[in-house]
Design a protein around this ligand. Structure first.
Ligand code: HEC
Ligand code: HEC
Length: 274
């Protein structure tokens, strides 16, 4: 955060007065725009808690202001002014100053960066899509991607770099990515988007993680045969491995809301079983 001229001229008292004022304005704004998802006491609801744990060390002031300004409120981002984001940050930091600095969350040099949804979208989703593509496309007949920047409407992770490796190698890498990223589902300290901890000690969760790892290994073996049909056949097992876990831990439906497409899944229940 840039120092204001006044706080440089009259350090100490005035700086405290200024930040207290910011925090008060931030508190009012927080109630209007943030508490519905993050809770009245920053304890978290459908959004993660904004106090305690390792929050303070993960979000230095300047980064926190950027995070808020660019991505929050989640359902209507980009509308806050820099001043409002700074007020909100001051309010959240004041609340965190009152909570113990020693993190309850496990401290590790390899602490997770993303929530579970982000991990799924970043690794599991694109790599299983590559495997599913084998159902309809022979990897041996990989077409030239052309200019990836324009061929498919712009930035696209299935086009970008697709000229670098032969088609079957890409299938290998996708299978390996699924198998070897499975342990990331067990990293302590990761949270789901709703703020609930990923249930890394739950026996069902561990079983489903193992299933994904095993199916990734099986897909790799199939890919090594360079037989399109064999890989195509195994994609059913890949889909099942994803589905088995999603049925229990992700796609939680409100009672009476139906289960078909369009039924609202209850995000607050994700990552829990009851
Ligand atoms: C519609 C629900 C919703 C609203 C409203 C909302 N948030 Fe969030 N917020 C989330 C979710 C979900 C996440 C986790 C995903 C992410 O980081 O983008 C999150 C993440 C955050 C984080 C990062 C937390 C962490 O531990 O990394 C901060 C800080 C935050 N929100 C601040 C705010 C502030 C300040 C407001 C009000 C201006 C706000 N949010 C409004 C849902 C919401
Ligand atoms: C061990 C359990 C588990 C396994 C295995 C698993 N997922 Fe997930 N997945 C989840 C949970 C729980 C969520 C919701 C995460 C959250 O809300 O933060 C999720 C979310 C997702 C999302 C994001 C959904 C959204 O709302 O945008 C995608 C995409 C996804 N998973 C794809 C996959 C694919 C593909 C596989 C199989 C290769 C897979 N997942 C395997 C538990 C699992």
């Amino acid at each position: 955060m840039k120092k204001s001229l006044l706080s440089v001229l009259i350090p100490g008292m005035l700086a405290i007065a200024l930040s207290a004022q910011d925090a008060t304005r931030g508190g009012a704004l927080y109630k209007q725009q943030c508490s519905s998802c993050h809770g009245d006491a920053l304890q978290g609801r459908s959004g993660p808690p904004l106090a305690g744990g390792d929050f303070r060390s993960r979000w230095p002031a300047a980064d926190l202001i950027d995070k808020i300004k660019n991505t929050m409120p989640l359902d209507n981002p980009g509308k806050l002014t820099g001043g409002q984001a700074a007020d909100l940050s001051a309010y959240i930091q004041q609340a965190n100053a009152a909570t113990p600095a020693v993190a309850a969350a496990p401290t590790s040099e390899f602490a997770p960066t993303g929530n579970l949804n982000q991990l799924m979208r970043g690794i599991m989703f694109p790599n299983s899509n590559i495997l599913f593509t084998v159902q309809t496309h022979d990897p041996a007949e990989k077409k030239k991607a052309g200019n990836a920047a324009t061929a498919d409407g712009g930035f696209n992770w299935s086009m970008w770099g697709s000229d670098l490796y032969p088609g079957w190698d890409i299938v290998d890498y996708a299978a390996i990515a699924l198998a070897d990223s499975a342990p990331l589902l067990l990293t302590p300290g990761r949270r789901c988007e709703n703020g609930k901890p990923v249930p890394v000690n739950d026996p069902d969760w561990i079983r489903f993680t193992k299933e994904m790892s095993d199916v990734g290994k099986a897909a790799y073996r199939a890919s090594q045969t360079r037989d399109q049909q064999k890989v195509s056949d195994i994609t059913g097992d890949v889909a099942d491995a994803c589905l088995h876990c999603h049925q229990v831990f992700r796609d939680r439906f409100r009672r009476g809301a139906g289960r078909g497409a369009g039924a609202a899944s209850n995000k607050e229940l994700r990552c829990t079983k009851n």
